[in-house]
Design a protein around this ligand. Structure first.
Ligand SMILES: *[C@@H]1O[C@H](CO)[C@@H](O)[C@H](O)[C@H]1NC(C)=O
Ligand SMILES: *[C@@H]1O[C@H](CO)[C@@H](O)[C@H](O)[C@H]1NC(C)=O
Ligand SMILES: *[C@@H]1O[C@H](CO)[C@@H](O)[C@H](O)[C@H]1NC(C)=O
Ligand SMILES: *[C@@H]1O[C@H](CO)[C@@H](O)[C@H](O)[C@H]1NC(C)=O
Ligand SMILES: *[C@@H]1O[C@H](CO)[C@@H](O)[C@H](O)[C@H]1NC(C)=O
Ligand SMILES: *[C@@H]1O[C@H](CO)[C@@H](O)[C@H](O)[C@H]1NC(C)=O
Ligand SMILES: *[C@@H]1O[C@H](CO)[C@@H](O)[C@H](O)[C@H]1NC(C)=O
Ligand SMILES: *[C@@H]1O[C@H](CO)[C@@H](O)[C@H](O)[C@H]1NC(C)=O
Length: 863
């Protein structure tokens, strides 16, 4: 009887799970409809000037530079000797904003915030690098927020080589102000200093983590007493885990920018193969009891269970290292995902927290009434205080209780907070132990399970389990590949940023060609831009700002790029760009009108491109979407510009930074390649087919071969251009780290769609139905042949130009309704053009062949 029931249920759940899993694999990431809107949402980019956004952050959150205090915060220094600086050595896995700049000081400094009253998150972001003469090993400091000590004698460089952050919850009272003070610890060493890269102050829903007055209080596990989290305590988040799921970046949180880690590294080894359950994005948790902002849907839609195994003799166990000196608050998130379970008393289990019984009969459906209803339970843990700080495992163990129906457990999420000491307000352990705290949205997954292990698991676990494990393993590998690829891409941010502007920035005027382009005086430039009026700013980047101005008695509009003065890098790129551009003239290259180098300014004057960048016409903007034909024309133009760079100019030139923001569009929709700051004169002699160089370029566009071997060839541009082609077709950025793992990288995602014959899925919805299928195939072939791993196999820009021209003709001729005129020829034509990617020998038709064919199709049109 029992067995019969069991088998039936697991069969149903198998098909259900598999189906949902597949849906999950191939569905577009669910957007969050359950957002919390923070009253206060302040992100300070310490050591930076002006506002910035992280280019990996889809939400484009503004990080405010701390140089200009405003009505929300003031920087108070007693000695006025703090320094803002950029990291001297950078790490490719570290986000530029807010981590590359810091405020550092040998004496105390305070950020004083004026905020509303209420409970807030404080996040402190650190990147313990060396900043000029601030050696990374000398940082040692304490941080206080109001009454609370957040960090004491804190040695950030002992924690990590990478960036990390610490999160706290604090209640701001009626004073409506909060001082966060950084104090170097001078008792150990006289050259200790304090530093900070970023501070977030974000309001949280009242009583999300604090106890409601009169509400249910936390149970102090093992003592029977209750333990409220009062407004006079502060909390530090030590772990926040999406059990059985994938990492959730701060941007994908419910509006509070919390980061959710995965549970793999905390799960005890022998339970590694417990089942991660993943449900489709068409399912929504039903927030009937707790508010929908409590945790992202993904936390509740993924879980770990053990798979209805007919034994009660196990404890699925997670271990979290904590400092025993403190009291902890543990929040466990639950949501019954097994849709065949609908009643209480079906899945029942015991919960042990720190080996103390916390729940004798945990029964999610009994708590919530039905499946898919999220719920959480809070517990307080008090360790046996032996006085001194000690690292211990805080374990969470789930053991099934026998019921008629199943023997299984389930857990969806875990949050663990350290509670401040009531008397002293202290949250700091004396010597912080290293803790892995990955940067907010860039989370490398833990090591993949070894292949052999997975095989054994598949062999031993029957039925439902094996299918899911294999699937999730595949999924995992896809994710691995994507993240590895993006790791590589991130390296492109390896730009050296010197500490302070050097006063010796010399003038390049003498060595620059003034015969080829105009020299402007600073007076002319200031007149053209009304003294760099902010109103005229049309673009901002790492280099500085771009203004729209008028020259020649206000008749000619120009784009005036004012590079930030002082940086060596900038000076070098300034010179490169002038030298390159003044020798190049092509319809599809942005023309340099002139430059100005007066008073150490580095200003470049270009033709004004009325319609801005290509990206502005693809996504994240209010512009009308481009038609397919417009897109083809723009791509073709850009390809011609790039082809000219590669072969047509006096020296062969490799652009090195091809991306949709470097393809500009003029009034007449003519595409022009711009931004030659990173360009290199290509290899010249026959013997030399590449140049060795430090990897530069832009994330998401970087040729993996160039990155791996540091050898720059023209084919690196071809790769980037392939990314552009996909971006134009799919209307999405090359990297979306906040997306599902299999969708994060545009290239990987598109390859997946292509392989699965789901090309339609990747096409910009706006274009659907407007592209002739044959044309689409040809276009995609061209793109993928730009993106081949092996540079030698990739198309040349010449091939790309031909391929696009041919695509355009296909579109025009077939769209013109004339495709039936010569059916036989048409079929022959398509046979050759479609789906031959896999066969290396027919990778692409020769150009002769192509031109004959395009002529043929033209003739067809004209008839
Ligand atoms: C910076 O961002 C803040 C908040 O979004 C805004 O109030 C301020 O005007 C911005 N400053 C500049 C110079 O753009
Ligand atoms: C802000 O930047 C200016 C130079 O741009 C510098 O002189 C000033 O000291 C900076 N202020 C702070 C508080 O760092
Ligand atoms: C804590 O403070 C918040 C507002 O700051 C208030 O709404 C809440 O009721 C307070 N909680 C207690 C237990 O007093
Ligand atoms: C901080 O830790 C690092 C690495 O453990 C060590 O080399 C350095 O000396 C420490 N710095 C201080 C000031 O204690
Ligand atoms: C913050 O610090 C400033 C300067 O030390 C002080 O004047 C102010 O009263 C402090 N505010 C609070 C709330 O402690
Ligand atoms: C599960 O863990 C609890 C607490 O440590 C322990 O009492 C119990 O015996 C364990 N059960 C099994 C089957 O190991
Ligand atoms: C804590 O758990 C880990 C495994 O997750 C184990 O390797 C380690 O020995 C445990 N430490 C203690 C003190 O029990
Ligand atoms: C049941 O669990 C045991 C471990 O307790 C494991 O060895 C066995 O393979 C599992 N059986 C099935 C059918 O999942």
């Amino acid at each position: 009887m029992v067995n019969l029931n069991k088998n039936k249920s697991s069969k149903i759940s198998l098909s259900c799970l598999l189906l949902l899993f597949l849906q999950h694999l191939f569905s577009i990431g669910a957007d969050n409809y359950n957002l919390y809107h923070a009253v206060e949402d302040l992100a300070i980019n310490c050591g930076a000037i002006g506002n910035s956004t992280s280019d990996l952050d889809q939400t484009r959150r503004t990080w405010i530079g701390d140089n200009n205090s405003n009505d929300q915060f003031t920087l108070i220094e007693h000695e006025k000797d703090s320094v803002s600086a950029s990291a001297t050595q950078v790490n490719p896995s570290v986000k530029q904003v807010p981590y590359y700049t810091a405020r550092l000081s040998f004496s105390e400094f305070t950020y004083s915030f004026r905020v509303t009253d209420g409970q807030k998150f404080i996040r402190l972001h650190f990147f313990p690098a060396t900043y000029g003469y601030f050696d990374r090993s000398n940082s040692l400091f304490s941080v206080k927020a109001g009454f609370y000590t957040l960090l004491k004698d804190f040695n950030a460089s002992a924690i990590s080589e990478e960036s990390f952050f610490r999160e706290y919850c604090i209640n701001v009272g009626q004073a409506r102000s909060l001082n966060i003070t950084f104090t170097p610890t001078l008792t150990h060493k006289l050259d200790s200093y304090a530093f900070i890269n970023g501070i977030e102050l974000v309001s949280m829903p009242t009583n999300l983590y604090y106890s409601k007055p009169g509400g249910e209080e936390l149970k102090l596990v093992g003592h029977g007493n209750s333990f409220p989290i009062m407004n006079n305590t502060a909390l530090e988040t030590v772990y926040r885990i999406n059990v059985g799921g994938s990492p959730i970046s701060s941007e994908k949180d419910t509006g509070m920018y919390r980061y959710w880690d995965i549970d793999d590294s905390f799960l005890e080894k022998k339970y590694e193969h417990s089942l991660p359950a993943v449900y489709g994005s068409d399912l929504r948790p039903k927030y009937e009891i707790i508010p929908s902002y409590t945790a992202p849907d993904d936390v509740y839609l993924t879980a770990r269970s053990y798979g209805m195994n007919a034994t009660t003799n196990y404890n699925v166990t997670w271990n979290f290292k904590v400092d025993t000196k403190f009291i902890y608050m543990v929040r466990l998130h639950f949501c019954e995902l097994e849709l065949t379970l609908t009643e209480a008393n079906q899945r029942v289990f015991q919960i042990f927290v720190a080996d103390m019984l916390a729940e004798k009969r945990a029964d999610v459906i009994l708590w919530t009434g039905y499946n898919l209803v999220p719920y959480y339970k809070d517990y307080a843990i008090l360790f046996d205080k032996s006085g001194s700080s000690k690292q211990l495992n805080l374990s969470i163990k789930l053991q099934p209780v026998q019921t008629r129906f199943a023997y299984d457990v389930i857990l969806n999420g875990v949050e663990i907070f350290k509670v401040s000491d009531i008397g002293t307000g202290n949250l700091a352990g004396v010597n912080p132990e290293p803790r892995q705290s990955p940067p907010q949205s860039l989370v490398p997954p833990t090591k993949p399970p070894k292949r052999s292990k997975v095989t054994t698991v598949v062999a031993t676990v029957a039925g439902a389990g094996s299918g899911i494990i294999v699937l999730s393993f595949i999924c995992f590998l896809i994710f691995r590949r994507t993240t590895l690829a993006s790791d590589n891409n991130r390296n492109s941010k390896l730009r050296h940023i010197p500490l302070a502007p050097s006063k010796s920035s010399q003038s390049y005027g003498s060595s620059l060609p003034s015969d080829l382009c105009r020299y402007f005086s600073l007076a002319q430039i200031t007149a053209a831009t009304y003294n760099f009026d902010e109103v005229l700013v049309i673009g901002v980047g790492g280099f500085g700002k771009v203004y729209k101005g008028y020259i020649d008695e206000n008749n000619t509009p120009v784009a005036i790029k004012r590079l930030k003065s002082g940086s060596q890098q900038g000076a070098h790129e300034f010179k490169t760009e002038i030298e390159m551009l003044s020798q190049l003239r092509h319809l599809h290259l942005v023309s340099l009108v002139g430059y100005c180098n007066d008073e150490n300014e580095m200003i470049l004057v270009y033709d004004f491109m009325a319609r801005g960048t290509l990206r502005d016409h693809l996504y994240d903007s209010d512009n009308k979407p481009l038609s397919w034909k417009q897109r083809l024309e723009i791509c073709l133009g850009a390809a011609q510009g790039l082809h000219y760079l590669h072969t047509g100019a006096k020296h062969s030139i490799i652009h090195r930074d091809i991306k949709t923001t470097n393809i500009l569009i003029d009034e007449k929709w003519v595409a022009k390649v711009s931004d030659f700051g990173l360009s290199k004169i290509g290899p010249t002699g026959m013997s030399q087919s590449h140049i060795s160089t430090v990897v530069k370029g832009s994330i998401g566009y970087l040729d993996p071969e160039y990155y791996k071997r540091q050898r720059l060839t023209h084919k690196s541009d071809v790769y980037s251009f392939g990314v552009v082609l996909l971006e134009v077709l799919c209307a999405r950025p090359p990297l979306l780290l906040s997306m599902d793992k299999h969708q994060a990288s545009l290239v990987e995602w598109a390859r997946g769609c292509h392989k699965n014959g789901e090309i339609d899925r990747m096409v910009d919805p706006f274009l659907r139905g407007t592209i002739v299928p044959q044309c689409l195939n040809r276009y995609i072939d061209t793109a993928f042949n730009c993106l081949l791993e092996d540079g030698n196999q990739r198309l040349s820009m010449n091939d790309v130009v031909w391929g696009l021209e041919f695509t355009m003709q296909l579109q025009e001729s077939i769209e013109g309704g004339l495709e039936v005129v010569n059916k036989r020829e048409e079929i022959a034509l398509l046979k050759n053009s479609v789906n031959d990617v896999e066969e290396n020998d027919v990778l692409f038709m020769s150009t002769d062949e192509l031109s004959t064919r395009s002529k043929t199709s033209k003739m067809t049109t004209e008839r």
